[in-house]
Write a protein that binds this ligand. Sequence first.
Ligand code: PHE
Length: 356
Amino acid sequence: MSDDLLALKRETDAALAAATDLRAWDAVRVGVLGKSGRLTALLKELGRASPEERRTRGAALNVLKDALAAAIEARRVELEAAALDSRLAAERLDVTLPPRPFPAGLIHPISRTMEEMAAIFGAMGFEIAEGPDIESDWLNFSALNIPAHHAAREDMDTFYLPAPAPGGRRPVLRTHTSPVQARTMLTRELPFRVIVPGRTYRADHDATHSPMFHQVEGLVLDRDITLGHLKGCLIDFLRAFFGISDLPVRFRASYFPFTEPSMEVDIGWNRKTGELGGGGDWLEILGSGMVHPKVLANCGIDPREWQGFAFGMGIERVTMLKHGIPDLRPFYESDLRWLRHYGFNPLSPALLHEGV
Ligand code: PHE
C-alpha cells in the first residue's frame, strides 16, 4: 500500500481515537467516506489513471476502504456502549433508599374514638350495626316507648322533615342512635351484641352543643342478661377507653322511656384540674339501662324469653375528656391547624390499653 494510503489509514485511526462522542465520530466518518471525503476523492481520481495503475491502486483502495469502514464501525460500537454506560451511571436510582418524609393526612379525633370503641367492644364480642340519619317518627320515638306528646320529644329539640304524604307523620333527623336498637331487634337474629356509632341531630347550638354530633349506642340481648352484665361491660369499657385501670365509675338511677331500670353513669375526675380519675368529683358520661319490655314487644321480641341492656354515649364528649380538647366547635371547622394538633397518625393502631 502506498504511503498516502497508509497515511490516510493512520490519520483516520488517530482521528477516531480522538473522537470521544458520536458527533465527533460522525465528522470523522463523513470526512473519510462521505461524498467529498478523502477516500471518496481518491476513488474518483482512479478514473484518470492508466489501466495498469487502476488495477493495482484500485485493489489497494478497496482493501483500505474495507479497513476504514471496519475501524469506523468498531469505534461507533465502542462510543455507543460508553454513552449507554455513562447514562446508566448518571440516571442511577437506589431503590433501597428510604422515602423522604412527606406530610400525610391525620385521623380526625371523632374517627379515632370510633375506631377505639370498635376495638374495645369488638374484643368483647360486639358487632357494628348502622342505620340512616333520616328516620321515621316510629323508629326514633314510638318503637322506643316515646309516644306522641311525650315530654321526651320536646327535650330532644327534633329537626322535622316535610311529611312524604299529606297527613302522614313527618320523618326526623334521628335525635339519637337508639332507633338502630329497634332496627336491629327487627332484623337481626337473637342473641346479639352490637354497637352503633353514628351521627345524630338536635336543634341546639352553643359552645357545648352542635346541631350535628355523634353517639355510640350499645345493645346486648340474650336469655339471661342482668344489670350485673351492664355494669361490668361499661366499667371495663370506660377503664379501657380512658386508659385508667382504677377509674371510679358510678351508676345513678335515672329515667329513659326505653329502659327500665335506667341509669346514668358518672366517672371520677377533679373538677379543678380537669384530670380524670379519683379526684373526688363526678362527671356524667352516658345513659344506660335494661331494655324496656315494651320496646322488646314493639319490635316483635318476647320479653319473657329475651332481655338485655342498652346504653348511649356522646362521642364528642368522651373525646374531649380523653384528649383535653376544650371546645366543641372546632371539631367541625376543618381548620388544618386544629387537625394537625389533635389528629392521629393513621399508621398507629387504635390503641388497646393493658387489661382489655
Ligand atoms: N338515647 C339516649 C340519649 O340520647 C341514651 C340512651 C341510650 C339511654 C340507650 C339509655 C339506653 O340520651
